[in-house]
Design a protein around this ligand. Sequence first.
Ligand SMILES: [Zn+2]
Length: 486
Amino acid sequence: MDTLHALLGRIQSKLSFVQVLPINWKLYVQSFSWGVTLFESYLLLRQYPLYSKTSPPPILEKYFEKDTFEKSQKYGQDKAKFSLFSGLYRQVVDSVMVQFGAYAWSWEIAGRILSRFGYGPGYEIPQSILFSAVLFFISSIPSIPLSVYQTFVLEEKHGFNKTSPKLFVADMVKGWAVGFAIGAPFLAAFLKIFKWAGDRFVPWLMGFLLAFQMSMVVLYPTVIQPLFNKLSPLPEGALRGRIESMASKLKFPLKHLYEIDGSKRSSHSNAYFFGLPWSKHIVIFDTLIKESPPEDIEAVLAHELGHWYYVHPTKLLLISQAHIFTILSLFPAFLHAPPLLRSFDFSERVSQNPPTVVAFLLFQMILTPLEAVVGIGLNFISRQFEWQADRFATELPAKLLTDNAAGKLQLDEAGKKEVEDMADMGERLKRSLITLHVKNLSTVWVDWLYSAYHHSHPTLMERLKAIEALQKNVPVFTADAGKKEL
Ligand SMILES: [Zn+2]
């Protein structure tokens, strides 16, 4: 612990200039946030001409009907135009808020509301919660027209929207209520830890955040998601049988297998798993079940189980802990920095004794450029994980037979037969990826820089090529292939 605090102390003293120098933070934040937005616009402009191509890449030609390809190009084009506009629009809103002191104003308003109820400026935590709520509303209300347009014009036009105006409003209100129900106590606890631990808050806060993340893993699917969607057990049948038997061969601790009514809102489809290490749940979208045969969905699930096999979620959690640690260790220097608040139009009285929530918010705005770089790094790692999971699915039958031959797995005759029937897993995975792409009208032509910045998954083309390369190495299966492997 002492080494940790010595290290944190050194970082803090290196950054101590923040507490005295009158740096123009507002100008800095404006320049960088505009820089990031303009860069993102530039990426869209690079990507845009690709939507004018009239045919898919040669290896995809046989999967796309001409008509479907044209639709996907048109959808991509409309989405890109919308992203360009909404990115610039949001930046203008944020920029105006920063320029005209919306943060300082929100803090004053929160204080005034509290004082009406007889609470003075000493009640920092209630004021912080109110401040966050005010700020949330003034920054999100201008975005409502954007999401109305996106749902009821853009998605509607291309046949994806299933949301009714009533459901849209209900979702929004529910989202706010859930956000407040979780956000307010979270913020209160977060600020309490700062007050209680003083300058030694880093390890305590990290422990708290980790506990929070873990409890969300349990609460999200059991309490929050059912508020929006209906999860029902996947009915007995070919699909359920396949998934259960694959899970048991891999010793995946499958507790529940659900079907989710994703089609209630949108026709986009997917599948995922979640849960604690000893009890996992798999969720499959009803749209995916409708669009692909059971054997192809099995391949999608084999990919998902690859993520589990290689412990990807835990690795991502550790990376996010390292990220949080970096942010928190830089923060103390900004916690008691009057020039920072003055630069954002806070009154002398508030600046002299900065409220933690305000300092943290401004600090996060300063980190914008750093966060953009971190985002690129995370996407890069996530893409590596996707390759790995594809590889796992493609090589799964070979792996199971090897495990069986090595005695790690006891397959009976029926089990062996099942594994042998998996020999075309690579083919099925390719087919299901293509189906997902075709049904979702996803873009097949992608600019490399655009993809490097935005995509957490490799492009369809990259994945198909990689799976094909792997398929060349998979041995042809015969009845006793497992023995031959050794
Ligand atoms: Zn994946």
